[in-house]
Design a protein around this ligand. Structure first.
Ligand SMILES: Cc1ncc(COP(=O)(O)O)c(C=O)c1O
Length: 360
């Protein structure tokens, strides 16, 4: 039989050919301030409860995640029919674009913002229309509404608080987008437990408003990949059409249900993280020649004169912060999340040393 040698790359979809894989750093030897996670261990007793659960791992999980959705309905004070669970909120971003995006459609984003909107837009063949934040921090509502007039525009992503800037946008501005665009407005509230701002109560008023949430941040479950989407039941039912049937495993579903029973303990962690973030922000602001952006999340974006040099020097001292490279509008910046109080002290000490060394 004749073998035909084919070059797999020649068979790749054009939109994948241009794609650069999302680089994640795995450096367990470093203290990590790079991924906006909750640095605390789970509330006392939760891990033990999860491990003693009798889960039937030989069976598929509950595809609809019924118990978890009921628990989430109580937590968010909404109805279970208006909730969709995902393998991290990342997966839900993809499902939203598979439902409403695609060839000939566009999605409006406000750079600098969370990188996965653009990546999933590319993957789903959806055109990206960037409307940059004014000064890198303020939502340009007028321009976004202008862009939304295009019949191609189907989806608008608003990240609130915004990753990586930490900015919180006025509720009224977002609601204007919802009311006046007539398009699907996705408000990504991954950090809402820290900002204590949410548009959940507005869902009942607008079928085009969907809210993205995650267990990866305040709930400290980034490793279990669990996110959820809130919207009116009819809108959620549309997105449910493209969801893989067993997208969230049984273990993560159970962990999510358990976590919602430890809200008081999480609230205490969130309070400490908020205080630590504020303290770090104040300390950074005292350094000469460092621009610090106001934050409502558990991380801080800042801009020393030599961000690359600072990132390297911090890494040599064992602290991993996120080098944001060249952000649209803001250029090179660093982002660091709040760690445990002792870890933050060490990081701030290192930052002060580097600032003094570099004459900054
Ligand atoms: C704004 C925002 N949305 C979504 C995500 C993804 O979260 P998940 O871990 O639920 O996929 C992140 C993670 O960094 C984020 O910052």
């Amino acid at each position: 039989m004749r073998t035909v040698l084919s070059n797999p790359e020649s068979l790749v979809r054009p939109e994948v050919r241009q794609l650069v894989p999302y680089l994640t750093k795995h450096m367990p030897q470093c203290l990590r301030f790079d991924a906006n996670e909750n640095p605390f261990p789970w509330p006392a007793g939760m891990r033990e409860s999860l491990y003693t659960e009798e889960l039937a791992y030989n069976r598929y999980p509950d595809g609809m995640g019924g118990d978890l959705r009921n628990a989430l309905a109580a937590y968010t004070e909404t109805s279970a029919e208006g909730i969709l669970i995902g393998n991290g909120s990342d997966e839900l971003i993809q499902l939203i674009l598979l439902t409403f995006g695609g060839l000939g459609k566009s999605v409006i984003i406000h750079p600098p913002t969370f990188g996965m909107y653009q990546i999933y837009a590319q993957l789903t063949n959806t055109k990206v229309v960037p409307v940059p934040l004014l000064n890198g921090v303020t939502l340009d509502t007028e321009k976004m509404l202008e862009a939304a007039k295009s019949p191609e525009a189907h989806v608008i992503f608003v990240c609130n608080p915004n990753n990586p800037t930490g900015s919180l946008f006025p509720r009224e501005d977002i609601l204007r987008l919802v009311r006046e665009s007539g398009k699907i407005v996705v408000v990504d509230e991954a950090y809402a437990e820290f900002s204590e701002e949410t548009l959940i109560s507005e869902i009942e008023n607008y079928p085009n408003l969907v809210i993205l949430r995650t267990f990866s941040k305040a709930f400290g479950m980034a490793g279990l990949r669990l996110g959820y989407l809130l919207g009116q039941p009819d809108t959620i039912a549309l997105i449910n059409r493209v969801r893989p049937p067993f997208n969230v495993n049984s273990f993560s579903q159970k962990a999510g249900i358990l976590a919602l029973g430890y809200l008081e303990a999480y609230q205490m962690q969130v309070q400490i993280i908020r205080e630590e973030t504020k303290h770090m922000q104040e300390e950074l602001s005292q350094l000469p020649d460092v621009v610090v952006y106001p934050t409502w999340a558990n991380f801080i974006l800042f801009k020393p004169i030599d961000p690359d040099g600072w990132a390297d020097k911090l890494l040599k001292r064992g602290f991993l912060v996120r080098n944001m490279g060249g952000l649209p509008v803001l250029g090179k910046c660093l982002r660091m999340s709040a760690g445990l109080p002792e870890e933050n002290k060490g990081l701030l000490r290192a930052i002060r040393e580097i600032s003094t060394e570099s004459g900054q």
